[in-house]
Design a protein around this ligand. Structure first.
Ligand SMILES: Cc1ncc(COP(=O)(O)O)c(C=O)c1O
Length: 607
C-alpha cells in the first residue's frame, strides 16, 4: 500500500515523463518576454499611489463577500470607471478573470442551452463552460462556416451563446467580431467576448476589440457581455464583467464565483482605479506595442499578430522546452506553452511584447532564435499535423462497432475535424461487409480511406491472412496508420480494428496488444442484452491490465436497465446506450449521437 506522499510522487513522475510538470516562476528583472504587464502599469506611480490611498482609507482586507458586507464605495468607483472607459452601461468587479468567466457563463446558461466555443478558447472559459451543464459545441479556430452550421443545427435550444476572445491568448489571433455579431443576430444567439488580451491594447483609448469593431459596424443588439481582466494590460488583478444593468443585477444575484468569495481587496481595487485612469492616456505606448509585435512577426515570417502576443510555433513540447532553456542561457526569458494548455504537437514559445522594449532587443531575440535553427519551417512535419486516434474496440465480432463508430463520428464532428479508418478488413469479397462503405453511408462527406489490408475470408485477421498465404506485418500497419493520422491534420481519427478485442492480428500479436502498443484513446462497444455482463467485464479487465482505460462504454441493442446499471457501477467510464435504430440512416444515427452525451465525453480529445 503506497503512502499518500508516494501516490502523489508517482503522479508527479508521470507528469514529468509527459513533460507536463510545472513550477512557479517570478517575473524576470530584465528581458521579460512573457508577463502580461504590457505597459508596466504594475509599477506606475499613479497606480501605486491609488493603491496606497485605498489601503489607508479601507484597510488591508475587504472583510467579506460583496453581498455580505464586503462592498465599498471604492468597488463602485472602479466599476463606474471601467464602464465609462469601455463604453458599457454597467460593470461588475470580480476577484479574477477565471472567476468572471466561470460566473458569467454559469449565470447565463445551463441545461438545455448550447455554448459555441472556439477550439482555442482560454482554459478559464472552457472550465466555465464545463461547469454550466449546457451542451458545448467546439468549432475549429476562427471557422465561421463551422460556427454557422452549428448554429443552424441548434435552433431547438433554449439559449445559444457564442463565446470568443478579443485576441486569443494562445494564438494572438482575433475573430471577425463584425461577422460574429451578424451571426448572433441572424441565429438569435448571444455573444460573449473575453477581452483579456485586447482591452488596453486595441481600439480607441484602448477600449478593446469590441470598441474597434463598433467603429467598423459591429451590431451590438446581441452582445450580452464583455469580460475585461485587470491582471493583463492594467497590471493589477481582478476582472470586470460589462453589460446592461439587468446583466449586472443577474450576475450579483446568480454568479456563484461572485457571491461565494471575498470581495477584491481595497489595494487591488484602488490600483485598478488608477490603472483605468492611466491606460486611457497611453495611445503612444499602444502604437509602440503594435509596432513591436508586427516587427517581431515580420522578422520571423509569422502572420501579423492582432495584439501584443506573438506565438512562435515549435511543435513538440521537448523542443519547446529545449529552446526555452537555450534562450534563457542567453538572458532571454521566454515561456513555452505546452499541452494540455495547447493541443498535442502545437507547443509554442509565446512571446508577449511590452511597450518599453526596444527594436534592438527584438532584433536580438530574432537573432537568438535564428542561431538556434528556428525557422517557420523547422517544425517536424509529424508534429504540425498532429491528430489523435480513437480506437473503437468490441467485446465480440458483430456487436455494432461500425454503427457505434458512425455515432462517435457524428459526435466528434460537433467538436472539430474527424475521420475514419479500418486498417484490416476481413470478408472483403462481400461489398456489404465493407465497414468503410457503411461509414460512408452513415456519415456523408467524411474523410475515409480504403483499408490497408483487405482479406477475402470472413475470419479473424491472422486466419484470413493465412488463408491467402501471408502474415500481417504489424510495423508496416503502424506506418500506414501514422500516415492516416498525418492526413487527418489535428483532428480525431476513429480506428476500427477487425473483430473483438483479443482477436489475433498475427499468430503472435493480439489486437489488444497492438492497441496497447499504440496506447491510444479508446471506446468499448458491447451488446446490451443477455451475456454482456461476462463478456464486457472480461474485456474491461483485459483493457485495464494493458493500462487502457475506455472513454466510454457503448451498449448496442434493446436497452437493458439492469445490465446498464451493473456495468456503470464497474466500468469507471460513462455508459451510453445505442438502441437499434429503425431505419438506420445518417439522420437517425446523428440524432442519437447528438443527444447521447458523447460530444461532452469526447471533448477532451480536442484539448
Ligand atoms: C483569455 C483569458 N481569460 C481569462 C483569464 C483569467 O484571468 P485571471 O488571470 O485574472 O484569472 C486569462 C488569464 O490567464 C486569459 O488569458
Amino acid at each position: 500500500m503506497l503512502s499518500i506522499q508516494e501516490q502523489l510522487a508517482d503522479e508527479l513522475a508521470q507528469l514529468e515523463m509527459a513533460n507536463q510538470r510545472r513550477e512557479t516562476i517570478s517575473a524576470p528583472q530584465h528581458g521579460d518576454w512573457f508577463t502580461n504587464d504590457l505597459f508596466g502599469l504594475s509599477r506606475d506611480p499613479h497606480v501605486i499611489a491609488r493603491a496606497k490611498a485605498a489601503l489607508d482609507q479601507y484597510g488591508a482586507g475587504s472583510r467579506a463577500s460583496r453581498a455580505l458586507g464586503g462592498d465599498s464605495p471604492l468597488h463602485k468607483e472602479a466599476e463606474e470607471l471601467a464602464a465609462d472607459w469601455l463604453e458599457a452601461p454597467r460593470a461588475l468587479l470580480f476577484p479574477s478573470g477565471w472567476q468572471a468567466c466561470a460566473g458569467v457563463l454559469g449565470a447565463l446558461v445551463g441545461r438545455g442551452d448550447v455554448i459555441f466555443c472556439d477550439r482555442m478558447l482560454h482554459a478559464s472559459l472552457i472550465d466555465g463552460a464545463r461547469l454550466t451543464r449546457a451542451r458545448r459545441v467546439i468549432t475549429p479556430h476562427l471557422d465561421l462556416t463551422a460556427l454557422e452550421n452549428a448554429l443552424r443545427q441548434s435552433m431547438g435550444a433554449r439559449r445559444r451563446l457564442i463565446v470568443t476572445e478579443g485576441v486569443f491568448s494562445m494564438d494572438g489571433t482575433a475573430p471577425n467580431l463584425v461577422r460574429l455579431s451578424e451571426l448572433a443576430v441572424e441565429y438569435d444567439a448571444w455573444l460573449l467576448i473575453d477581452e483579456a488580451h485586447s482591452a488596453g491594447v486595441l481600439g480607441p483609448r484602448g477600449r478593446g476589440a469590441w470598441g474597434a469593431a463598433c467603429e467598423e459596424g459591429a451590431l451590438d443588439a446581441n452582445l450580452v457581455s464583455r469580460i475585461v481582466t485587470g491582471g493583463k494590460a492594467l497590471g493589477c488583478a481582478g476582472a470586470f464583467v460589462l453589460g446592461s444593468s439587468e446583466l449586472r443585477s443577474l450576475m450579483l444575484t446568480k454568479a456563484r464565483s461572485f457571491l461565494f468569495t471575498t470581495a477584491p481587496s481595497p489595494a487591488v481595487t484602488g490600483a485598478l482605479c488608477g490603472a483605468i485612469e492611466r491606460i486611457q492616456e497611453l495611445d503612444q505606448e499602444r502604437i509602440q506595442l503594435q509596432t513591436h509585435a508586427r516587427h517581431l512577426a515580420q522578422e520571423l515570417d509569422l502572420p501579423t499578430p492582432a495584439g501584443a502576443i506573438v506565438p512562435v510555433p515549435i511543435g513538440s513540447s521537448e523542443r519547446a522546452l529545449d529552446l526555452t532553456l537555450k534562450l534563457r542561457a542567453q538572458g532571454i526569458q521566454v515561456r513555452a506553452v505546452r499541452p494540455p494548455t495547447v493541443p498535442n504537437g502545437e507547443s509554442r514559445i509565446r512571446i508577449v511584447l511590452h511597450s518599453s522594449q526596444t527594436t534592438t532587443q527584438i532584433d536580438q531575440l530574432v537573432e537568438a532564435l535564428r542561431n538556434l535553427d528556428w525557422t517557420p519551417n523547422s517544425i517536424p512535419q509529424e508534429r504540425t499535423s498532429a491528430s489523435r486516434a480513437l480506437w473503437v474496440v468490441g467485446t465480440d465480432t458483430d456487436v455494432g462497432k461500425t454503427v457505434a463508430s458512425a455515432g462517435l463520428l457524428h459526435a466528434l464532428r460537433t467538436l472539430g475535424r474527424c475521420g475514419y479508418c479500418k486498417p484490416v478488413q476481413t470478408g472483403s469479397e462481400d461489398p456489404l461487409s465493407s465497414d468503410t462503405n457503411e461509414i460512408r453511408r452513415l456519415v456523408p462527406d467524411l474523410l475515409t480511406c480504403t483499408p490497408s489490408i483487405e482479406l477475402p475470408l470472413p475470419a479473424s485477421p491472422h486466419e484470413a491472412a493465412a488463408a491467402v498465404g501471408v502474415q500481417i506485418d504489424v510495423p508496416q500497419l503502424n506506418s500506414w496508420l501514422d500516415e492516416q493520422l498525418r492526413r487527418q491534420t489535428s483532428g480525431v481519427l476513429v480506428v476500427e480494428p477487425a473483430g473483438g478485442l483479443h482477436v489475433p492480428l498475427t499468430p503472435e500479436v493480439l489486437t489488444s496488444d497492438w492497441c496497447a502498443q499504440r496506447s491510444e484513446a479508446l471506446v468499448l462497444v458491447a451488446r446490451s442484452g443477455l451475456g454482456t455482463l461476462n463478456h464486457t467485464l472480461l474485456t474491461l479487465e483485459a483493457l485495464i491490465t494493458r493500462n487502457l482505460h475506455p472513454r466510454a462504454l457503448i451498449l448496442v441493442g434493446t436497452p437493458h436497465e439492469s445490465n446498464r446499471r451493473t456495468l456503470a457501477e464497474r466500468a469507471a467510464c460513462p455508459v451510453v446506450e445505442l438502441p437499434l435504430l429503425e431505419p438506420l440512416t445518417s439522420d437517425s444515427i446523428k440524432a442519437w449521437a447528438l443527444s447521447s452525451g458523447l460530444p461532452e465525453i469526447l471533448e477532451p480529445l480536442f484539448s
